[in-house]
Design a protein around this ligand. Structure first.
Ligand SMILES: Nc1nc2c(c(=O)[nH]1)N[C@@H](CN(C=O)c1ccc(C(=O)N[C@@H](CCC(=O)O)C(=O)O)cc1)CN2
Length: 287
């Protein structure tokens, strides 16, 4: 069994991203990333802190806009309008989930698709499905980058995605399809889930249920990507896959922590650099 070590892949990719940032700075461009964080969800605070750390390490200008969870939708929409019009910001995101009084769809739709570095706006989702996307949702893109790093072939393979969220399940299915895998999207209401999952050469699990996937869901030799971010009965971070139970059956598996999470942040950084490179082309021509 081989570990899909997202932490290792992320630091390998950091090196080339660092070089791209240096090249941009030589042209007078510093990648600008902003994150809007609402409330005090402890997991979101950890993820945003990690994003800030990685962005600053790469030499970005990073802005954190942190609101109390009593903030109104209008205040957030006004800030989005400001960021849409701020030339020093290449991309920005609103960290999800948002408190109940805020309409998530309305917020996402207010972000200029050209600055929507999460790739969640309807235009970017459409571009993703027609296979013509500059910006790809970070977790989905991070998974593909990790599979590429470990030379996992996707063409003609059976890929099963468990989970149909807009953040992970749907975009990862689109990207697997783009790589010519035969993709099945399944979810919690899917009948005979163990049978469907155990046909997968590549199984991506994003259901948010601790250690839900056991050995009977796994095909012998499958590559398993665990997107879950849960806490077990002892409060320890764990994925949606019961790692110890499936270990003897898989050929490769991503751990939690240290698998998909760090890759999500890597891809967000990569997408921000791509947007800054586009700005550099506009500002400096094609030199
Ligand atoms: N606007 C967005 N909101 C959310 C996204 C997103 O892509 N855009 N995805 C998830 C959370 N997420 C990114 O924001 C994310 C999740 C996990 C990690 C990560 O590094 N995990 C570590 C463990 C961290 C810990 O100690 O708790 C790991 O797996 O090793 C990064 C980003 C929902 N919201």
């Amino acid at each position: 069994m081989k570990l899909l070590d997202g932490k290792k892949v992320a630091s390998a990719l950091d090196e080339s991203m660092g070089k791209r940032v240096e090249e941009l700075k030589e042209q007078g461009i510093t990648p600008g990333l902003a994150v809007i964080l609402v409330g005090s969800n402890s997991a979101s605070s950890v993820y945003v802190r990690n994003k800030k750390r990685r962005a600053e390490k790469l030499g970005f200008d990073f802005q954190l806009i942190h609101y109390e969870d009593t903030v109104t939708e209008t205040e957030i929409l006004n800030k989005i309008d400001e960021l849409n019009n701020d030339d020093s910001i290449d991309g920005f995101i609103v960290q999800l989930p948002l408190p109940d009084q805020i309409d998530e769809d309305k917020i996402i739709q207010a972000i200029d698709p050209k600055k929507d570095v999460d790739g969640f706006s309807p235009i970017n989702v459409g571009n993703l499905w027609i296979g013509d996307s500059t910006i790809k949702p970070a977790t989905a893109d991070g998974i593909i980058k990790m599979l590429d790093y470990y030379d996992v072939k996707l063409k003609g393979k059976n890929a099963v995605v468990i989970g149909r969220s807009n953040i992970v399940g749907k975009p990862v299915a689109a990207l697997l399809l783009e790589r010519n895998a035969t993709v099945t999207i399944s979810h919690i209401f899917t009948k005979n889930l163990p049978e469907i999952a155990s046909r997968a050469d590549v199984l991506v699990v994003a259901i948010g249920d601790p250690k839900f996937i056991k050995a009977n869901y796994i095909k012998e030799g499958a590559v398993v990507v665990d997107v879950g971010m849960n806490h077990d009965e002892n409060g320890k971070l764990c994925g949606d896959v019961d790692f110890d139970d499936v270990l003897d059956k898989v050929s490769m598996i991503s751990p939690v922590p240290g698998g998909v999470g760090p890759m999500t942040i890597t891809s967000l950084m990569d997408m921000t650099i791509v947007l800054a490179e586009e700005r550099a082309k506009k500002v400096n021509g094609s030199k």
